[in-house]
Write a protein that binds this ligand. Structure first.
Ligand code: SF4
Length: 710
């Protein structure tokens, strides 16, 4: 069996240098990796999105390549001692295959589920979806991107007919007269992006930030609106109310390019500014100033991120800002628009190629007969053999090991023990499985529960493509092969597919169907995506190399790509964008006498996602070693808490304990904790598992808690 292919050196670099991108967030900063006898070092690289900048996470990314905790052999759980032990690949994969066969023979194909991640390359996301559908023949596959961008994706699809985070190049931010950031904190999540905000303000632009906390980004804003968590939708409706009242709505644009405005107009009529102030706490004067800046601001860009999206009404909240953008005539107008700041490294590509429960490659719907025919044709199977849609991530995780739910789970590139809401419950579900298999480079908290752990290659050890927050498809290039004993995810999928076959002929056929070589997978992905919304048919690796990336859709090799969408039409059947009337509704859990405070979660600069990687990097650990609970000094005084005191945050679902960090930058009725940590500081022990009815996005950003000195 192969350990997976890796690339030759790109032109212009020495054999021990490679031009690639950061392994972490969706900005996908350009970097050069250089290897000498002292090890691998990171060097910033000029690339259109980061222009030579890197954040601390990117600078230190190479430390994990030779990290002492790196997994370099499979681990298999000994049932007698309930501990993990090193094993050969044959032993580990045989155990996986035996476990899959046992639960599928007993309970049917859907008894096995697959859970992917928004950090996987496009090739892996594609192969994983294909493996679930025609290797395992289960309908159960979803991924952690459901916890990240799914509400913006759903809102974009229903308004524009397409979901691309930014429908314009990032550089447009620097030229905007007005930028409205809603629930976004790029100064901590993707610091090199701040260059564009600085440029925008240097050009005389206005930056307005909507966030319940005075974040590093909010501190740079000309105007900061600080609403109660969960009231962003009401703020948007009030802004549109004011724009209507003041005559700032672009009537010609609305008439020519949209449908459904009348219902929205009637809905926002009830959102007079004083009502929004009463609900959100944002002063009427600030609402009016914001609406005026947006309505009279020339080139205007509205961006949302997780703060607005991670709610049980996340889709409607994003729709409220899309409605505002459409009413002002922004989407498709040069230099203006609406966009979502995607979070995970391949959060965009990861949601396009089939690892979502309801999706086939090219952003096709799995219940669309024509889509099924097309993809089944590429895969060489009858369309009626493809399973139907599965269920969204939280629903899937919460069904594991329950009657009728999956009894085996394969996890690639995800750590739901830390990242899922109501995490203790999900941890229990994972423990109830007959078989848990985790492919990871380190022993994450989820891998520690597994029956089989498969050690995988890191970003600098494999080739592939990533699609950044702009919809720009990029090359990830290998500096060196994986260490002995480690395989790529593609090689693991290929091997499992072959071993699941019933005879040698079928095994050879399966290995051919699931190639371990990423360039072969990408060639097939191009054919599978052809004609879909996310059309990669014209994107070759050579073209990416030549052009600093290629924007999808790009249907032909000799035709243009699409840096800007919507200039002439939207991707709906009639070419018009759709307004959706949306109204505020309370959070799924409101404060009460027992749980009188709002709890919200977010990120810190030096950690990334569930922290599996960044918590093991020495410099990042020093910078952000542990969880904390941020609370206002007035609240702290009332509770008898001093800065640094250990505090306990308790919700109906669990508790977290961490040192207090006092900050006048948070509302006195709200407490905050970062979500990167495990153990006692796990923020998701507290969060609510209520989900958005359309996107399946959990309500990470608000629940009710009480706080006390621990
Ligand atoms: S984590 Fe994001 S912002 Fe930081 S270097 Fe990597 S890609 Fe750039």
């Amino acid at each position: 069996m192969t350990d997976g292919a890796w690339s030759a050196t790109p032109p212009g670099l020495t054999p021990r240098e490679v031009a690639t991108h950061c392994p972490y967030c969706a900005l996908q900063c350009g970097m050069t990796l250089r290897e000498d006898d002292a090890g691998v070092t990171v060097h910033p690289r000029q690339f259109p999105t980061n222009r030579g900048g890197l954040c601390q996470k990117g600078w230190t990314a190479a430390e994990l390549l030779d990290h002492p905790q790196r997994l370099t052999t499979p681990l298999v759980r000994d049932p007698a001692t309930d501990t993990l032990h090193p094993a050969s690949w044959d032993t580990a994969l045989d155990r996986v295959v035996a476990g899959i066969r046992a639960v599928q023979d007993d309970a049917g194909r859907d008894a096995v589920a697959v859970f992917g991640g928004g950090g996987l390359t496009n090739e892996k996301a594609y192969a994983l979806g294909k493996f679930a559908r025609i290797g395992l023949r289960t309908r159960h596959i979803d991924y952690n991107g459901r916890f990240c961008m799914s509400s913006a994706a759903a809102a974009g699809m229903r308004a524009f007919g397409i979901d691309r985070g930014l429908p314009f190049p990032l550089a447009d931010l620097g030229q905007a007269d007005t930028l409205l950031l809603v629930g976004a904190n790029p100064a901590e999540t993707m610091p090199p992006l701040v260059r564009w905000l600085t440029e925008q303000r240097r050009n005389g632009g206005q930056l307005i930030v909507v966030d319940p906390r005075v974040t590093a980004t909010a501190r740079q804003a000309d105007l900061h609106l600080q609403p109660l968590p969960g009231t962003d939708l009401a703020v948007a409706n009030a802004l549109l109310h004011i724009a209507l009242t003041e005559g700032w709505v672009d009537r010609a644009y609305v008439a020519d390019r949209t449908t459904g405005f009348d219902a929205v107009r009637r809905g926002v009529a009830a959102w007079w500014p004083a009502r929004a102030e009463q609900l959100s706490g944002v002063p009427v004067a600030d609402l009016e100033a914001t609406a005026r800046t947006l309505g009279t601001g020339g080139r205007v860009i509205i961006l949302t991120a997780r703060g607005a999206e991670q709610h049980a009404k996340g889709v409607d909240t994003v729709s409220a800002y899309v409605n505002l953008a459409l009413a002002l005539g922004l989407p498709g107008r040069a230099g203006s628009g609406y966009g979502c700041l995607t979070g995970q490294g391949n959060g965009q590509g990861g949601r396009e190629h089939g690892q979502k429960a309801d999706q086939l490659p090219g952003y096709r719907k799995i219940d669309d007969p024509a889509a099924r025919e097309h993809v089944a044709g590429v895969w060489g199977v009858p369309a009626d053999e493809l399973p139907g849609p599965g269920v969204p991530a939280y629903q899937l995780l919460d069904s594991l090991g329950t009657p009728g739910g999956p009894r085996a789970l394969l996890v690639f590139g995800s750590n739901p023990v830390v990242s899922a809401p109501r995490a203790a419950r999900i941890e229990g579900r994972l423990r109830d499985l007959d078989l848990l298999v985790v492919a990871d480079l380190l022993l994450s908290e989820t891998a520690a529960l597994a029956d089989v752990v498969l050690p995988t290659a890191q970003w600098a050890e494999e080739d592939g493509t990533m699609t950044n927050l702009e919809g720009r498809v990029l090359r990830r290039r290998a500096l060196r092969p994986p260490p002995p004993g480690v395989r790529t995810d593609l090689a693991i999928i290929s091997d499992l597919a072959a071993r699941l076959a019933t005879d040698d002929t079928a095994a050879a056929d399966a290995a051919a169907r699931f190639p371990a070589d990423p360039s072969t997978v990408f060639a097939e992905l191009r054919r599978a995506s052809a004609g879909g919304a996310a059309d990669y048919a014209g994107i070759s690796w050579d073209r990416i190399d030549a052009d600093d990336g290629v924007y999808w859709p790009c249907p032909t090799e000799d035709g243009p790509d699409t840096p800007r969408l919507f200039a002439d039409r939207f991707a709906t059947p009639d070419g018009r964008a759709r307004f959706h009337p949306v109204d505020h509704r309370p959070a799924a859990e409101e404060v009460c006498a027992t749980y009188p405070l709002h709890f919200t979660t977010g990120r810190v600069l030096a950690q990334y996602q569930s922290g599996t990687q960044t918590r093991r990097v020495a410099a990042l650990r020093r910078a952000a070693p542990e969880a904390f609970v941020e609370l206002h000094p007035d609240l702290a005084a009332r509770l008898g808490i001093d800065d640094g005191d250990p505090v306990r945050v308790t919700s109906r679902r669990g508790e977290l304990c961490a040192p207090a960090r006092l900050s006048a930058g948070i509302r006195p009725d709200t407490v905050f904790a970062p979500f990167h940590y495990a153990g006692a500081g796990r923020a998701n022990s507290v969060t609510n598992d209520a989900v958005d009815p359309i996107s399946g996005m959990p309500e990470f950003k608000i629940c009710a808690v009480r706080v006390e000195k621990a």
